[in-house]
Every structure is written in C-alpha cells, then in structure tokens.
Design a protein around this ligand. Structure first.
Ligand code: HEM
Length: 377
C-alpha cells in the first residue's frame, strides 16, 4: 500500500507539504486541549485500576490521541480493554510488516510469503480496518474541525488534479497512526521505566513540576517548554533508547560524479546505507557513560559529555519526522501531569523490573510490559 514513507517522487514531495501544513505549530496549539483530555482519561483510568501495565496504557493513550487528532474519531482504547489488546497486537504486526515492505521490496516473492505469515497478516489487518473505517467516516462527516487527515482528503494530485485514490489514502492513514502512536508511547515507557529505576531523578522531576504549578489545571505546554529538567529527562529518554533504534535506510542516488564517499569509502549508486541510532547514542565518543540514564548531561553548563550533533531520534534531512513537535507536546504534558497527580512504583515487580529494560528492533522498538502500582498523590 503506497504512503509517503514508501514513495520517493514528486507525489511524495507534495504529500509532505500537505502533511507539514497539518503539523504547523499554530495548528498543534489548537490541539492541546484535546490531547490533554486523553491524558486526563489515562491518569484517571490507571489510578482507578491501581495496578497496570504502563507500556500498554501508554500505547492506548497515544492511539487514542492519534485517532482523535487524525480522523476526528477516538478509538477509545484506554477505556475498552479487549479493543486495546487487539489493536496493540495488530499494531505490532503492522509495524513489523510495513517495515519489511519498505526495506525488503526487492526480495523475491517466495521470501515474502514466508515473512508474511497468514496469521500475522490477519492480525495486522485490524489496524487497516480501523484506520480505513475512521477515514471513511471522516469523509462522510461534515465537521468544522480540521484534523490531520482533512488536509490529505481535500488535496488534489499535482499530476492529474484528481483527489488521491483510496489505496494511497489508506497508506497515509496507517502511516500516521503507526508512526505517531507507537514511537511516542515507546519514548514515554522508556522514560517512566528509567524514572522508576532512578528515584532521585524522579524526585527532581517531580520537584520541578510542583515548584512551577499549583494545580493540574495550570499545567500548559507553553509553560512546560521553559522547564529545563523536564526537557533534559525527555532528551535523555530519547537518547538512551530511541523509539527507532536501528538503521534508517537510505539509497545512494545516481548523481555525478556517480559515487558517494564517506570516511574514505566509496558507496556506488543503489547501495542501501544508514546510521543505527542506538549505536550512535551509545558511542562514548559522543556521550559520557552512555549506558546510564543521566538527564543532567542535557542541562545548561553541564560538563558531562553530550554531543547534540550525534543525537538523532527524529532523524535528519528532508525525510525527518513530521510529528516531532506533536511528540514533544504529548510527552511533556503526559509526564508533567503524571508526576503531578500520581505516584508510581514497581511494587512486587521491583526485582524483575530492575533486571533491565530491553527492546527488540523491528525498525520501531518492540517494548516489554512494565507492570506498575499507581496511587493518587
Ligand atoms: C517520540 C516520538 C517520535 C519519534 C522518535 C519519531 C521518529 C521518527 C523517525 C526516526 C522517522 C523517520 C525519518 C526518516 O526516515 O529519516 C519518522 C518519520 C515520520 N514520523 Fe515520527 N516520530 C515520533 C512521533 C511522531 C508523531 C507523534 C507523528 C504524528 C503523526 C509522527 C509522524 C511521522 C511521519 C508522518 C513520518 C514520515 C515522514 C516522511 O517519510 O517524510 N511521528 N519519525
């Protein structure tokens, strides 16, 4: 299914322009109250449960936020447990397979058949079904609200002046849903795991939030952007375990003089190359004590080595992440509201949890469960 992620021509450039407009800072500001509403539901739901898998609930939060902002229809996965389990599993399969389609497109059909087992295809089909259903409803609904997807629905192709066709619209809807939800929830899960494993860091973050706000209602993104420790905690989470931990592939193009030279080595046109984010972020040449979670390295005037040029969780260049601003807004509000309103702990799972936090690389990180106890402050 074609999407901006898998196309590479002038149609891609036009789609990118359309999507960039949808993510403009002014439009995002207008979306803060909606994002906030879902974070409130998230905090209330996990507080009422008392014990929860925070990784799954953060997955549900980011799906609810994305489905609401993208299609004007929240999938309600925070409140509906069977729906949550089904869509999270489908999302995992969709991510694995979308990436194989994007990166192994030249492989023979027989290999594809093995990789695309029938069971996985059926499971991932559920994400397609939900995204397509929401998109169709949005096409038939007359709403004043401008969602991310409204821009694509109203756009015309530059080559023939016609609206985008259904398979392309489907591709974009799935891309937005998967790219925007899984990544943000991984980043938040990583950060919360490290905060729980480092109580002094959690205390410092909580103290910063409490010193700046006297009620949860007063917490607004504009004010959060000025809090250095919150920012440092988010950057350190994205560094220590980037949501796209592996290699983001690029193909060397055929341009004069014909070859690309990097560090004295020649890469001919057609070669797939890339930088592995996890290795980059854990290289001691760029970051002191790279395997430890040390938000202080990001604080102004810190003397802990922290080379910002080697920090690329959203990638660089024309294909870099479109949802970066939205991700910072969602991560900042979620963390601030969480530490302001709730107290989390590993409870009985402390020993097992402190053994370490590992993810699998399937282009995006596939994360483990993180069981926590939750109480209201
Ligand atoms: C912490 C959260 C996030 C991280 C770490 C992240 C990271 C990335 C990365 C590494 C890429 C690939 C860029 C490349 O190929 O060079 C990407 C692409 C993309 N991201 Fe994000 N992302 C996040 C959140 C979001 C959100 C909230 C959205 C909103 C829907 C979003 C939408 C997209 C889109 C549409 C693309 C494709 C861009 C293109 O191909 O031109 N992302 N993201």
């Amino acid at each position: 299914m074609p999407s901006s992620f898998t196309t590479n021509d002038k149609i891609y450039r036009q789609k990118k322009q359309i999507l960039s407009a949808a993510f403009a800072p002014r439009k995002l500001e207008a979306m803060e109250p909606l994002i906030r509403l879902h974070i409130d539901t998230f905090c209330e739901t996990i507080a009422a449960a008392g014990k929860t898998d925070i990784a799954a609930m953060l997955g549900a939060l980011s799906i609810d936020v994305l489905s609401d902002l993208c299609f004007g229809k929240c999938f309600d996965t925070l409140k509906n447990e069977p729906e949550r389990d089904r869509i999270l599993e489908a999302m995992e399969k969709a991510v694995e397979l979308v990436i194989r389609e994007g990166t192994m497109h030249k492989w023979p059909r027989a290999v594809w058949k093995v990789l695309h087992s029938k069971e996985k295809m059926i499971k991932r089909g559920y994400v397609y079904q939900r995204a397509a259903g929401a998109m169709m409803e949005q096409m038939n609904r007359k709403s004043e609200r401008e969602d991310f997807f409204t821009n694509i629905l109203q756009a015309r192709r530059p080559d023939n002046g016609q609206p985008y066709e259904m398979p392309e619209l489907m591709g974009e809807s799935i891309l937005l849903l998967v790219a925007g939800s899984d990544t943000t929830s991984t980043a938040l899960t990583v950060i919360i795991w490290h905060l729980l494993a480092n109580p002094k860091t959690m205390e410092k973050l909580t103290a910063e939030i409490r010193a700046n706000f006297d009620s949860a209602d007063a917490i607004k993104y504009q004010a959060l952007q000025g809090l250095p420790y919150l920012h440092a905690v988010i950057e350190e989470g994205l560094r220590i375990c980037p949501p796209n931990p592996g290699l983001i592939p690029r193909v060397v193009v055929d341009r004069a003089p014909g070859h690309l030279a990097i560090d004295g080595r020649i890469f001919p046109p057609g070669t797939e190359i890339g930088v592995c984010n996890f290795s980059l972020h854990h290289n001691p040449l760029y970051f002191d004590d790279p395997d430890s979670f040390i938000p202080e390295r990001w604080m102004p005037n810190s003397d802990i080595k922290c080379d910002k040029a080697a920090f690329a969780p959203f990638s660089y260049g024309p294909r870099s992440c479109l949802g970066r601003n939205m991700a910072y807004m969602e991560m900042s509000l979620t963390l601030a509201l969480l530490v302001f309103r709730l107290k989390l702990s590993f409870g009985n799972h402390e020993k097992e949890m402190l053994a370490g936090f590992d993810v699998d690389d399937a282009f995006v990180a596939i994360k483990p469960s993180v069981p926590v106890n939750v109480t209201k402050v």
